[in-house]
Design a protein. Sequence first.
Length: 145
Amino acid sequence: MKFAAELAKMVKQGDVLALTGELGAGKTCFVKGLANELGVKETVTSPTFALLKTYHGLMDLYHLDLYRLDRIEDLLDIGIEDYLPGDGITVIEWGDKAGDLLPEDTLFIEFRQGSTDDQRSITVKARGREWTERMGRFNYDGPRV
């Protein structure tokens, strides 16, 4: 949650974040932290069955969950191009399933469970000039494993 809150200070309209990791690794928890920092008042839940939820705060937050999708055509059917990039911030759980549909500037965040239930390992990879420059300035002083 603290990592998401710090990262929220850097996001801007049109950003795309692609989250990966096993079930229960912390993807939805991250989105909750991001949404909270962006002033979203609604309860954030996983959109596994709805596929997409929109939250309104300082900026719109589009929360997609691609877990149940198997084909790129399924993504096109739900209109994913409208959110890549969109007029808000797009966060995609199981973002690796979007493949080549992701824009050049995408921040990839991988979550792994730690050695205890409350520990997580987070790996961040910036793709594209925008995210590479921003992450070069990112200073997270939270706990590290």
